[in-house]
Design a binder for this molecule. Structure first.
Ligand SMILES: [Zn+2]
Length: 67
């Protein structure tokens, strides 16, 4: 099975890099929700994508999760 985002060999749905990025993006959500008071999951993913400090892996996974 291959990662749908980069074509690398995947253990499950995603390669190790994108799986790690997914974990990091999901883990950061409660912090953002607190910081912004309230933020919708999809708005959060948009913010992750737009954030210049977001790494390439996280940007790709945000795009993927946003659908
Ligand atoms: Zn990947």
């Amino acid at each position: 099975m291959k990662c749908p985002l980069c074509g690398r060999e995947a253990e499950g749905e995603l390669c190790a890099y994108h799986a790690a990025a997914k974990g990091a993006v999901e883990a950061a959500y409660p912090r953002w929700a607190r910081a912004f008071g309230r933020i919708d999951w999809k708005d959060y993913l948009d913010s992750v994508k737009r954030n210049p400090q977001t790494g390439q892996w996280a940007k790709e996974i945000a795009e993927f999760l946003r659908g």
